[in-house]
Design a protein around this ligand. Sequence first.
Ligand code: GAR
Length: 224
Amino acid sequence: MSLPIAVLISGSGSNLQALINKMEDEILDVDIKMVLSNRADAYGLKRAQAYGIPTAVLSHKDFSSREDFDTEMVRILKEAEVEAVVMAGFMRIITPVFLNAFPGKIINIHPALLPCFTGVDGQGEAAEYGVQIAGCTVHFVDEKMDHGAVIIQAAVPAYPGEDPDDLRARILEQEHRILPQATQWLAQKRLTMNGRFVELEESDIEPAALDNKSLVNPPLEGRF
Ligand code: GAR
């Protein structure tokens, strides 16, 4: 049975699209019950609507506290019978009100190799810092920003003085692989959190083809 999930977004929703594409390809066993955005102009809402996926807009500006905002998000998602939550470019910090509603079932994609470059522009900060290797991380969400236990990371090269948008694109390409893969592992119930460590239950699925552009660990499987 497919895992009923919500995808939270704030913008373009290209990661949402990557999830939808893998669902269409029948290699991701989730059912997106709701796409929720805190911004009415998020393009990702249109992407969801194009596939008949229910959407909700909840502006944080309409709430006097983070907790009140989260309480309403929980109400909407529970009504939609959501069991797990994928944060795909959702630019809000969540509170224990939300965390406790979906314990161990909330994951987030961040465009940097955590714990480096947390916050809003991980890729730009990495480019400016002059790193030689950058990347992205999918992690379980906890009460601190970009902090929870790491599920999977992809590393890509960064080049001195390159246009930060080129680095952004290189990272985003990998985001579109590791987020669906981590979501599938969650759906398969193969992830166990042990303090800061996430253990992936083994399977007999073939490793994915290497793309020669990235180092991904744990390795991608099948057609991810
Ligand atoms: C992605 O790069 C995601 O990693 C980032 O926002 C972008 C959303 O793009 N998230 C964060 O920075 C969270 N701290 P998308 O809307 O096209 O998926």
